[in-house]
Design a protein around this ligand. Structure first.
Ligand code: S3P
Length: 428
């Protein structure tokens, strides 16, 4: 049997990207010394750390296996130069919210991919709160935001986005004003959980979210759970294997992040999730995944906000399922690190699968047999990882133009994927 048809072992994935960004930001705003264990040390997390250092926080280097120590201050200080957010939309958008409550000007920029991504969805409501923004002709970075005293906000989010929601909640929490948001669908709620931990009062009624700025951010010690959006790549490799079973421990099990488990179950793959504990209001536990014969699935637009980062891998899995799958309501995928909707379809077709974009939906028809071809990532980490998993199939020969871009969210991805297929004694 080929090496890559049997999986085994107990594995781990790097810390959750969304929670790492938020923990570093809140620690930078907490007077005293905070300690964050299990933080993601990827390029995106480093972008947040370096921006926060430019704003006056002292943050120890982000190194795998080491805890991060942060010395924060109740208020950030004006940066001396442009804040470079790298490839990270979460860094740019959440920092904009924080800066809106600070009385100084700061210029933000990023890499070519980030400079193309829409920012008005965040700056417009922040301007409504009282911040002033000077931007170029387009909708992206670079831009300069000057914050100060803020007004309360009532705002309807144009799209379900945790980044927009979090920027506005952070502005309200730090600026000391109430925020009322109407969300088209529930997006990940890490910011709400963290702010609630510090005494902020958050009430949700249906799609309406209300923040009372009653809390105080104090220094803290925490451990970040593993990222479910990284775990899905290992889970998918196990599902596509012929035999065996893998376990992944300490994975975040926040229900606003685990929607992919229900989709996988509908596709015929049961992944067991067992609760192990809770850290700063975030549940975590163990995932157990094993090989399964997949069938096509229909994913509705309402479900897409809860699986937005998992769609590349789910769509790649759909190409190995019996029948046609349809993923609806994917307009937001067009403004991720790449136009993921277009790029997934293009790459699936390039390796011999069958995919078509229909409006904002992606249709993928499953096919067995080996895949061959060249994948264009445009530097998008999740595209690189989804096709690496397909490429781990026996007989497949998939060449990825930039496999190293996985380091944006998953340092050491190639080694962790290979480790699934190694007998226990040889695992690194
Ligand atoms: C994130 C929210 C999502 C997600 C991104 C991380 C966050 O983006 O795609 O990877 O940490 O808030 P949107 O809010 O733009 O959907």
């Amino acid at each position: 049997m080929s090496r890559s048809t049997v999986v085994s072992g107990l594995h781990q994935v790097p810390g959750d990207k969304s929670i790492t960004h938020r923990a570093l930001m809140l620690a930078a705003l907490a007077p005293g010394r905070s300690t964050v264990a299990g933080a993601l040390t990827s390029l995106d997390a480093r972008s947040t750390a370096s921006v926060l250092r430019q704003l006056g926080a002292e943050i120890s280097p982000l190194r795998p296996g080491q805890q991060v120590e942060i010395r924060g201050h109740r208020r950030l200080t004006a940066p001396r130069s442009t804040l470079h957010c790298g490839n990270s939309g979460t860094t740019a958008r959440l920092v904009l919210g924080i800066l809106a409550a600070h009385p100084f000007a700061a210029r933000l920029s990023g890499d070519a991919s980030l400079r193309r991504r829409p920012m008005r969805r965040v700056t417009e409501p922040l301007q409504r709160m009282g911040a002033s923004v000077v931007a170029g002709a387009g909708d992206g970075l670079p831009l300069t935001l000057t914050g100060g005293r803020l007004n309360p906000l009532h705002w309807t989010l144009p799209v379900a986005s945790a980044q927009i929601k979090s920027a506005l909640l952070l502005a309200g929490a730090i600026g000391g004003v109430t925020v009322d948001l109407i969300e088209p669908a529930l997006s990940r709620d890490h910011t709400e959980r963290l702010l609630a931990h510090f005494g902020y009062r958050l009430h949700r009624r249906g799609n309406l979210l209300h923040l009372e700025p009653a809390g105080v951010i104090g220094h803290f010690t925490t451990r970040i759970p593993g990222d479910p959006s990284s775990a899905i790549f290992l889970v998918a490799a196990a599902i596509l294997a012929k035999r065996g079973e893998i376990r992944i421990s300490d994975v975040g099990l926040n229900p606003t992040r685990t929607g992919f488990l229900a989709i996988l179950a509908r596709m015929g793959a049961t992944v067991d999730a067992t609760h192990q504990g809770e850290s700063l209001g975030e549940p975590y536990g163990e995932l157990v995944a094993r090989p399964a014969a997949l069938r096509g699935v229909v994913v509705s637009a309402e479900e897409s906000a809860g699986i937005i980062d998992e769609i590349p891998m789910l769509a790649a899995l759909a190409s190995r399922a019996e029948g046609t799958s349809r993923f609806e309501g994917l307009a937001e995928l067009r403004v991720k690190e790449s136009d993921r909707l277009q790029l997934m379809a293009q790459n699936l077709n390039a390796v011999g699968a069958s995919a078509e974009v229909r409006g904002d939906a992606l249709e993928v028809t499953g096919r067995l047999g080996a895949y061959h071809g060249r994948v264009v990532t445009l530097g998008d980490h999740r595209i690189a990882m989804a096709f690496s998993v397909l490429g781990s199939q026996p007989g497949s020969d998939i060449r990825i133009d930039d496999p190293g871009c996985a380091a944006v969210s998953f340092p050491g991805f190639a080694e962790r994927l290979a480790a699934l297929f190694q007998p226990a004694g040889r695992r690194s």
